[in-house]
Write a protein that binds this ligand. Structure first.
Ligand SMILES: *Cc1c(COP(=O)(O)O)cnc(C)c1O
Length: 382
């Protein structure tokens, strides 16, 4: 099946008992056994639930994997990957990460003896040069949140594999979605999603996903998912399944509107720096073009007047855009990373990364583009 068909049918079967075309919400914690240990494949909903199974198969299908796992949140999915490691192991991660990922690495897992190095992944050699005998995991986010840096997944995967070390490569594919890039096909071992964002697509659930190709690795992740217990519930699994069915049409419009907003901002007299991988001036434009089908619906920028007051005035005056955390829903959102999504990163670290008070991040929705541009223009002129 091709991608647009997979979003609707991938891993899906009509329900056996009734022929129900949509996967039912199996709102149950447990399953009847005819004799101890004799069951129909389901025993307790922490280990498996049919609605979640359907979603996990859909995840696997979308990313060209063999196994998918659905979690209570994106961070629960990342937590599951890190539990593959043991004290003393090292992780190499990008230097511009989702704030919650950085918080988990520094404030939870450092406590348990994992070590983290943060490198600029827009140059693959920075990753290879950071590898030590203790490196066990490379954590790639591309495009990055919020600065839209791009890492070359294929080049990093190839050069890490050439070291012949036992190192896993994981990609947080939340911003791109499998519509734009499929990391397993580029050599990654694990794909992670905050399904809260584009996969769900309607800002009505919080969920995470992991997808792998290798069955053994899948088994390990499945064990952690079961043993640690941060699973997605059946109702949320249903909503995510429904969201995924329109992923391709939503993404097409997110990308179209994203480009128009980026071009509008670039030409606007009040706007300064702009972070959008679809511009030739972006330092990793060539990689983005090679790796992604299009450039996505996320755009970050700064006003020419970089004062906090000017930035806040803009943020307070948007009307069609909503000032809120999160991204990837049908509605347009605007976010102030310093005070919202990236507030947990210590100030010195943030400043080094370029996440300053003047940075604004847009998640471009699928509304009529004219309304979005008019709204931005009126708020920019306040
Ligand atoms: C939101 C987000 C996460 C965390 O996911 P939750 O579902 O909020 O737990 C991780 N990575 C990226 C890139 C995100 O945008």
């Amino acid at each position: 099946m091709k991608f647009n068909t997979k979003t609707i049918h991938g891993g899906q079967q009509h329900e056996e008992a009734t022929g129900s075309v949509m996967t039912p919400i199996f709102q149950t914690s447990t399953y009847a056994q005819s004799s101890p240990g004799v069951n129909k494949g389901y025993v307790y909903s922490r280990s498996a639930n049919p609605t979640r199974t359907a979603l996990e198969n859909a995840f696997a299908s979308l990313e060209n994997g063999t196994h998918g796992y659905a979690f209570a949140s994106g961070l629960a999915a990342i937590d599951c990957v890190l539990r593959l490691l043991k004290p003393g192991d090292e992780v190499i991660a990008g230097d511009d990460l989702y704030g919650g990922t950085y918080r988990m690495f520094t404030r939870l897992f450092e406590k348990y003896g994992l070590k983290f190095q943060y490198v600029n992944m827009n140059d693959s050699s920075n990753v290879v040069n950071a590898i030590t005998e203790f490196t066990k995991l490379i954590w790639i986010e591309t495009p990055t949140n919020p600065l839209m840096k791009i890492a070359d997944i294929e080049e990093i995967s190839n050069s890490v594999k050439q070291t012949n070390k036992d190192i896993l490569i994981a990609v947080d594919n939340t911003f791109a979605t499998p519509y734009l890039q499929q990391p397993l096909d580029l050599g990654a071992d694990i794909v992670m999603h905050s399904a809260t964002k584009y996969l769900g697509g309607h800002s009505d659930l919080v969920m995470g996903a992991l997808i792998v190709k290798d069955a053994e690795l899948g088994k390990e992740l499945n064990f952690i998912q079961f043993a640690a217990g941060a699973i997605a519930g059946p109702m949320d699994s249903f909503l995510a399944l429904r969201g995924i069915k329109t992923l391709h049409v939503r993404m097409q419009r997110h990308c179209e509107n994203g480009r128009k907003v980026a071009e509008f901002l670039r030409d606007h007299e009040k706007v300064g720096a702009i972070y959008y991988p679809g511009f030739k001036s972006h330092e990793n434009y060539e990689i983005a073009k090679k790796q992604m089908k299009d450039f996505g619906g996320m755009v970050s920028f700064r006003l020419k007047d970089e004062s906090k007051s000017a930035t806040f005035k803009f943020l307070e005056h948007v009307k069609v855009f909503t000032l809120a955390e999160s991204l990837g829903g049908v509605e347009s959102l605007v976010n102030h990373p310093v005070s919202m999504t990236h507030g947990s990163i210590p100030e010195a670290e943030r400043l080094k990364m370029g996440i300053t008070d003047s940075l604004i991040r847009l998640s471009i929705g699928i509304e009529d583009i004219d309304d979005l541009l008019l709204d931005l223009d009126q708020a920019l002129r306040k």
